[in-house]
Every structure is written in structure tokens, then in C-alpha cells.
Design a protein around this ligand. Structure first.
Ligand code: C2E
Ligand code: MG
Ligand code: MG
Ligand code: MG
Length: 292
């Protein structure tokens, strides 16, 4: 129906939009108090080295435990947090909570595991990010080499010189950087070689069709080869089937995470996983010493 001959359909749509924007205003208002109300929590997604099958770390993934809606996905509130600027305090909470959790894991299980934390564009561009990260590491006593920050291509392409200098500061500090969702943003190979990063994360959209779609398989294989050429580690996310895992292993992909291994875990499920890792790897303590 067009606006001209359907006056009431126009009203219908505008009424819908009002409800939506009222709802999102309400959510944004509630988001403001969510941290203080302790409604934010982190899930931890295990990451494995594919050759050995060893657990190598976790990615921290935020959820909002909303009093009426239950667990809200980051896809449904991170954009709002980003737009309102709330992502800055939320992101700082994520960094602190994830680092503190990893320090606690290392103290108890003596395993040299890393913690990956997602950054949002606004957080990455914030002038005090480097200082915030330094303070979080100081307060939690986690060694910088165990923290990995996930950034995306589009985040750094805006002001490249400033982004590179920020990345250099992290490198100097000993914090590593991974490019998340690699292949879905503007990729400039020219810049990629200048970025002081250590890892590429192949986006799950390519992994999903691995072995079924020739183009996606070609993209995955190329990213793995690119990583090898640039001396970067490559991790595949979204591994759900044994077939995908086998293909990634064949191509020499270094690491992986996905539902095939585990879903993201709430904090109370970590102990069982880490106990089982330690039983299979009693050398954890010595390895921990080697990495420091
Ligand atoms: P991401 O960083 O690319 O994280 C991977 C997402 O894929 C996670 O969804 C994870 O649960 C999901 N995933 C991993 N393996 C599989 C699999 O095998 N199958 C399927 N179907 N999904 C899998 P999640 O937790 O909903 O997070 C979505 C996005 O929200 C993240 O994408 C990230 O961009 C953002 N995000 C999550 N936590 C944070 C945070 O603390 N800060 C910021 N700025 N963004 C976050
Ligand atoms: Mg990520
Ligand atoms: Mg990703
Ligand atoms: Mg993704």
C-alpha cells in the first residue's frame, strides 16, 4: 500500500515505530543502570589448539541478565551501548572482570591460558583506552602476555596512523591483538602487514559453509595461507562439525573455537572444564613458568 491511498496504513507504520523507539528508549534507560545493578555477566568460550587439541584460552562474551527479558544477547544491546557511549564503562567492566577471572584461573590451575576481550569501535578510539588497559592489568595482576584484545578491520581503518600508534603501544606493553571477523570488513593487505597484530580470527560465516561452498572454502584456505605468510596465528570461529574441523586441520589452521568443542560457558562451569584439562596436562605449572 502506498501513502497516497492508504492513510491508515501510514498511521499504522508510524504507530509501530513509536512503540519500537519507546521500547528502545526504555531499554537504553535500563542499560544505564545495568552495570550498577550487577545485571551484566560474562560467558567464556574455550579456544583450542587444533593440532594438539589443548585448551589455550577463552574469549569473554558479555550477556545482559535483564530482570524481565532474561539473558539478552550482545547483538541486541552492544549497538545501543555503542551509540550512547555506555560502551565505555561497560567495556571497562568487561576488561576488568575478564582479566580478574583469568588471574584467578591461573592462580588455581597454573595453566598458561589467555583471555580474549572484544573491543567496540568507540572503545578502541577512546583516548584513554591504553591507560585503562594498563590500570586493569595492574589492578588484577594479570600479566599482559595473557590478555588479547580483539579489534576489527573497520575500527582501525578510520584514522590509520593513530590506530597503528595505539596498536604499537599495546605491543610495547605486551598485550596482543587479534583481528576479529577477518574477511568481513575492508581488508587492506597493505595495512595488515603494518599492524602489530599476532592473530587473525576467520569469521564464522566462512567456516559455516566450509566443505559445502567452494568459495567459502577458498576464502578460509587463503586466510590460513595469508596468516602463515605474515607469521600470524589463525583461529577459526564457529566450528560446529567434525568435517569443518578436519578441513581446518588439513589446511594447518592453528586454533579454533565453536559449539563442536563447547558453547560459551558461565563462570560456574569453568571449574569442571579446567579440572579435566589439568588431569590431562599435569605439566601446566611448568608451562606457566615458561611463558612468564
Ligand atoms: P564475536 O566476537 O565474533 O564472537 C563470536 C560469537 O559467535 C559469539 O556470539 C559466540 O557465542 C558465537 N559462536 C562461537 N562459536 C559458535 C558456533 O560454533 N556456532 C554458533 N552458532 N555461534 C558461535 P555472542 O556471544 O552472541 O556475541 C556476538 C558478538 O557480540 C561478538 O561477536 C562480539 O562482536 C560482540 N560482543 C560480545 N561480547 C562483547 C563485549 O564484551 N564487548 C563488545 N564490544 N562486544 C562484544
Ligand atoms: Mg570476538
Ligand atoms: Mg568474531
Ligand atoms: Mg562474528
Amino acid at each position: 500500500k502506498s501513502k497516497n491511498n492508504g492513510g491508515d496504513s501510514y498511521q499504522f507504520y508510524s504507530a509501530e515505530m513509536n512503540v519500537d523507539s519507546r521500547e528502545s528508549l526504555l531499554l537504553e534507560h535500563q542499560l544505564r543502570d545495568a552495570l550498577e545493578q550487577k545485571q551484566m555477566l560474562l560467558y567464556y568460550h574455550p579456544q583450542y589448539e587444533l593440532k594438539s587439541g589443548q585448551l589455550v584460552g577463552f574469549e569473554a562474551l558479555i550477556r545482559w541478565n535483564h530482570p524481565e527479558l532474561g539473558l539478552v544477547s550482545p547483538l541486541d544491546f552492544i549497538p545501543m551501548a555503542e551509540e550512547s557511549g555506555l560502551i565505555v564503562p561497560i567495556g571497562e567492566w568487561v576488561l576488568y572482570t575478564a582479566c580478574k577471572q583469568m588471574k584467578a584461573i591461573q592462580d588455581k590451575w597454573k595453566l598458561p591460558l589467555t583471555m580474549a576481550v572484544n573491543l567496540s569501535p568507540r572503545q578502541f578510539l577512546h583516548p584513554s583506552l591504553v591507560q585503562t588497559v594498563a590500570e586493569v592489568l595492574y589492578r588484577t595482576k594479570l600479566k599482559p602476555c595473557f590478555l588479547e584484545l580483539e579489534i576489527t578491520e573497520s575500527m582501525v581503518m578510520g584514522d590509520i596512523d593513530q590506530s597503528i600508534s595505539k596498536m604499537n603501544e599495546f605491543e610495547k606493553m605486551g598485550v596482543s591483538l587479534a583481528i576479529d571477523d577477518f574477511g568481513t570488513g575492508y581488508s587492506s593487505l597493505e595495512y595488515l602487514k603494518k599492524f602489530p597484530i599476532t592473530k587473525l580470527k576467520i569469521d564464522q560465516s566462512f567456516v559455516r559453509e566450509l566443505g559445502r561452498d567452494d568459495n567459502d572454502s577458498a576464502i578460509v584456505n587463503s586466510v590460513i595461507a595469508l596468516g602463515k605468510g605474515l607469521n600470524l596465528r589463525v583461529i577459526a570461529e564457529g566450528i560446529e562439525t567434525v568435517e569443518q574441523l578436519d578441513l581446518l586441520r588439513q589446511e594447518g589452521c592453528d586454533e579454533g573455537q565453536g559449539y563442536l568443542f563447547s558453547k560459551p560457558l558461565p563462570v560456574n562451569a569453568l571449574s569442571a572444564l579446567l579440572d579435566s584439562v589439568l588431569i590431562n596436562n599435569p605439566e601446566g605449572l611448568t608451562q606457566m613458568g615458561q611463558k612468564s
